[in-house]
Design a protein around this ligand. Structure first.
Ligand code: B12
Ligand code: SF4
Ligand code: SF4
Length: 376
């Protein structure tokens, strides 16, 4: 089996995986922390995380007959997250949607395992969407430790990695070497998180996490958190950027993770003028589609409100008038309220005279009031 594992490992590396480990499918703990996390409501509106609980900690329940889990890390690190035009995008979303590409590679690796073992192996690749605790799984496989920022960190590689796995019904043996926790007394990630989402080491309250607010949340971003989102349009990498174990993170040369050229010069203001066709053209095959056009525009309005200037108010007002989606209109009103003066407040009130959506009316009222107070 050691020879077979060695061959699989070499093949996986050729396919672009940075690390591979084999772990007995019966050895995955972590349920208690997960159930506590759910019972505290820290998953926010991600109701799907409540489903399939027993499967999350036991791959054998997910795929009957699973004996070994082939756990895989893929490095996607890109050096810049703030692009020239002013978009700040979490690095994992700079290139093509990773799910599709990783699936393709894992299917190829599964076919290799089948051919190489000489027996009829049943296998199931999974990434992200399967009900499995992937960080726990990677940790149990010896691929790294779970840092205080909640990320799986591997010495020499860092944490800008995707975790994926292939469940196989063949006993491939294991070669787990537990990776010691190297966080020590460091607390940089806890100090750097702008929203206080790392409520204690390794416990992330998704409801406060910028990644959740800008990607998963469908409705309005809570008002008190909007200023803390800063210039992040999609996702957040702050608790990884400050981590000393990412200082030497190797840059991924993989074509599918490179920053798309079209993102480079795009500004948040320009994104606010996108129609559906332009959105499909720019974000086709991108993980950023998860936020949908309305979510991306909502986020762009928050970014402009946070980092824009008074000169941005006239184009924001124009966007407010032209915008069809009330979620976006409400956040545009908020942005105007952050950047303008009392006169702009009057213009906004005028522009919203026929507004019927209660959420937008409320946002306009609050923005006008904020501008009045600031100017007075
Ligand atoms: C829901 C989810 C989110 C939510 C909630 C995040 C969270 N921390 O739970 C939100 C939207 C906020 C989010 C954000 C991000 N996510 Co996310 N997310 C997931 C998803 C789908 C489920 C995670 C989950 O079940 N959370 C519930 C908590 C309780 O579980 P957990 O975080 O896995 O923690 C367990 C272990 O850490 C364990 N544990 C911790 N310490 C220790 C110590 C010991 C000794 C033991 C035994 C166990 C243990 O206890 C927990 C319960 O079992 C996974 C994919 C998956 N299926 O696992 C991706 C995943 C975790 N996300 C990922 C990424 C990349 C991100 C972001 C970096 C994206 C971004 N740049 O914006 C951020 C990072 C935020 C952060 N600091 O965690 C990667 C992480 C890769 C890695 N190297 O760690 C994953 C694995 C996706 C993937 N397939 O690659 N995410
Ligand atoms: S991703 Fe950002 S908001 Fe979320 S825990 Fe890390 S630093 Fe905090
Ligand atoms: S910043 Fe420090 S405490 Fe946080 S994960 Fe990295 S090493 Fe651990």
């Amino acid at each position: 089996m050691a020879e077979l594992r060695g061959n699989i490992r070499r093949r996986a590396k050729k396919l672009g995986f940075a690390e591979v480990a084999f772990v007995d499918a019966g050895k995955l703990p972590g349920e208690r922390a997960y159930l506590e996390w759910l019972s505290e409501g820290r998953h926010g509106e991600m109701g799907y995380l409540e489903n399939h609980q027993p499967l999350r900690v036991d791959p054998r329940a997910l795929e009957e007959g699973t004996r070994t889990v082939v756990a895989l890390l893929t490095n996607y690190y890109q050096p810049l997250d703030l692009l020239e035009g002013g978009l700040r995008i979490a690095r994992y979303a700079h290139g093509d949607d990773y799910h599709k590409e990783l699936w393709r590679r894992m299917r190829e690796l599964a076919a290799f395992i089948h051919a190489e073992s000489g027996v009829d192996v049943a296998s199931r690749p999974a990434v992200d969407s399967a009900p499995l605790l992937e960080r726990d799984l990677a940790r149990a496989a010896g691929l790294g430790w779970v840092g205080k920022n909640g990320m799986l960190i591997r010495q020499g590689l860092g944490s800008f990695t995707f975790i994926s796995e292939i469940l196989v019904d063949l006993d491939l043996g294991e070669d787990v070497e537990e990776a010691p926790d190297r966080c020590g007394s460091c607390s940089r990630c806890l100090d750097a998180c702008p929203t206080g989402a790392i409520v204690s080491p390794r416990v992330i309250d998704a409801r406060r996490c910028i990644s959740y607010l800008t990607i998963e949340l469908r409705g309005p971003i809570p008002r008190r958190l909007r200023p803390l989102v800063g210039d992040y349009l999609f996702g957040c990498d702050l608790c990884q950027d400050v981590c000393p174990w990412n200082r030497e993170a190797p840059v991924s040369a993989d074509e599918s993770h490179q920053t798309r050229p079209v993102y480079r010069d795009l500004s948040p203001m320009e994104l606010l003028s996108f129609d559906h066709d332009r959105y499909v053209e720019v974000f086709r095959g991108s993980a950023m589609k998860r936020a949908k056009l309305s979510g991306l525009k909502r986020n762009a309005a928050v970014v402009v409100g946070n980092v824009g200037r008074a000169e941005d108010v006239p184009p924001l007002l124009k966007r407010f008038v032209d915008e069809e989606n009330p979620l976006v209109r409400g956040h545009l009103a908020w942005a105007i309220g952050r950047l303008g003066d009392e006169g702009d407040g009057e213009d906004l009130r005028e522009a919203a005279r026929a507004e019927e959506e209660p959420f937008v009316r409320e946002e306009v009222g609050l923005a006008v009031e904020a501008l009045r107070v600031r100017s007075g």
